[in-house]
Write a protein that binds this ligand. Structure first.
Ligand code: SF4
Length: 476
């Protein structure tokens, strides 16, 4: 058996890509190892959304230089978004790297490794850049890579990501995704439904659909148009599937038919992640987000009106080019007004190859970015904690994912040393994290949990058992 070490940074799309690359290499006789020293092949699946993510990989490459010198046959590969963005630069900065493969060419990884093992030297396969051909040529150079699935590669066998779309055409000025993941392309609905059916037959209960702007999914086959709401309805009909989630939404594509589908399809999570990025029209214009704050507010109001009890989370970038204190306060106002379940808040990181880097100065001082990030995080945490406190004394349905981090640390490798009760973790239909004491047989099951405490990120509960006599009121 050959040994494979793979390290993944970045988004869910990268986590899915790594699962698929491992599944393809298993067919080549590989097994996974957690040690780069033991590995015959070492792969880094990379991210380019922020400078920090790239620096992390280049330092990891630096650390592996000696292992490669000691074992020249060891194959070192860089795959994913940074590979597509940097291409030859990866080899220039780390000449001992053997393989560079962009996210649109991952299906070639097994063959390229064979070429290297056969002495063909360094191998690079990337997709065409957005100006390097016709739309059709560029689309075809970004292959949607959806082969075998490998439950062992997933955090839990009963949860899986399914890609429904690749690429993006929005070209927000701060974002590298359209350059590294190519044009927006929706996968044929039949393929998606077949993959989901396969996953459910392997024991999967929860599927999260992935797309850069997942709700702009649309597939045209002759006269027939499949909208995102149609796809959700088709997936919802799969026997054995319990939960359907999807990320990440684009505010302008939150159509009424989609909101109705989320409301009316019981397996659909009443949880929507809809990045706002800023509460200032001036900033949204500089970001070329394609909507105004008023339009975002209208989308938000329509969503909470149409879907009772829906949880909405968001993303914000602070310190983007030209952001004034007044702009920032407008973003704070939007957080206060919408009371998001949670928000991912990022300090602007200028990305070479984006319109922002070409056209707009990165003129907000780092300290100001840090202060604004902390200020907004403090506000959001206050809101998230108050929101979670609202669950005290109520019950929720939780899909149990496994042992909590704390319990994993305490877990003894020999089962007989572990007590019957252990702290378990899971999520509600609205993506709220719940921990409670239970037994290991409950992993993978959906349990009714009564909530007795909460903090910013977590609800704390106990398993509801009928004979306690508590009336079972399902919240989510
Ligand atoms: S919508 Fe904007 S931020 Fe999102 S992936 Fe596309 S370009 Fe990037």
């Amino acid at each position: 058996m050959k040994k494979l070490y793979i390290e993944t940074v970045g988004c869910q799309m990268n986590v899915l890509d790594s699962e698929l690359v491992v599944a393809a290499l298993r067919k080549e006789g590989y097994e996974l190892t957690a040690s780069t020293a033991d590995a015959d092949t070492v792969l880094f699946n990379t991210c380019s959304v922020r400078q920090h993510a790239e620096d992390k990989i280049y330092s990891a490459l630096g650390r592996i230089k000696e292992a490669k010198r000691d074992d020249p046959k060891k194959v070192i590969g860089v795959i994913g978004c940074m590979a597509q963005k940097d291409q030859q630069l990866v080899f220039d900065r780390a000449p001992y790297v053997d393989l560079v493969v962009g996210p649109g060419q991952l299906h070639q990884v097994p063959q390229l490794i064979r070429n290297i093992e056969a002495g063909a030297g360094q191998q690079m396969e990337v997709s065409l850049g957005r100006k390097e051909g016709s739309r059709d040529q560029i689309e075809r150079s970004h292959e949607s890579f959806d082969p075998l699935r490998d439950p062992s590669m997933r955090p839990t066998p009963f949860q899986a990501y399914v890609r429904i779309q690749i690429g993006c055409d929005k070209f927000c000025t701060y974002c590298i995704v359209p350059s590294v993941r190519g044009p927006e392309q929706s996968r044929p609905p039949e393929q998606i439904v077949a993959e989901a059916r396969q996953l459910v037959s392997e024991g999967c209960k929860e599927i999260t659909l992935l797309g850069q702007t997942v709700n702009s999914y649309r597939y045209q086959a002759g006269e027939r148009t499949t909208r995102f709401s149609d796809l959700l309805t088709d997936l919802h009909a799969i026997e054995g599937l319990e939960r359907l989630k999807f990320v990440t939404n684009y505010p302008k594509d939150m159509t009424d038919d989609l909101l109705a589908a989320v409301r009316d399809l019981p397996k659909c999570a009443k949880y929507l992640h809809v990045p706002a990025q800023s509460g200032s029209d001036a900033q949204l214009k500089r970001m070329r987000r394609g909507y105004t704050v008023a339009e975002y507010r209208e989308m938000f109001a329509r969503t909470v009106e149409k879907i009772p009890g829906v949880a909405v989370s968001s993303d914000f970038i602070v310190g983007f080019s030209g952001e004034t204190d007044a702009d920032f306060q407008l973003s704070m106002d939007l957080v206060r007004e919408c009371r998001f379940k949670n928000s991912f808040i990022f300090k602007y990181s200028e990305r070479p190859g984006t319109k922002g880097a070409d056209l707009l100065p990165d003129d907000v001082p780092e300290q100001v970015k840090r202060d604004r990030n902390n200020e907004m995080l403090a506000l959001q945490n206050e809101i998230s904690e108050a929101d979670n406190q609202g669950f005290l004394g109520r019950q929720v349905k939780v899909l149990v994912e496994g042992l909590s981090k704390a319990a994993q640390k305490k877990e003894s490798p020999s089962a007989e040393d572990n007590g019957p009760l252990v702290q378990l973790i899971g999520r509600t239909m609205c993506d709220r994290i719940v921990v409670f004491d239970g037994n290991r047989r409950q992993v993978g099951q959906t349990m009714p949990i009564a909530i007795y405490d909460a903090n910013v990120h977590t609800l704390f509960g106990t398993v509801v058992t009928q004979h306690v006599g508590a009336e079972l009121v399902t919240l989510e």
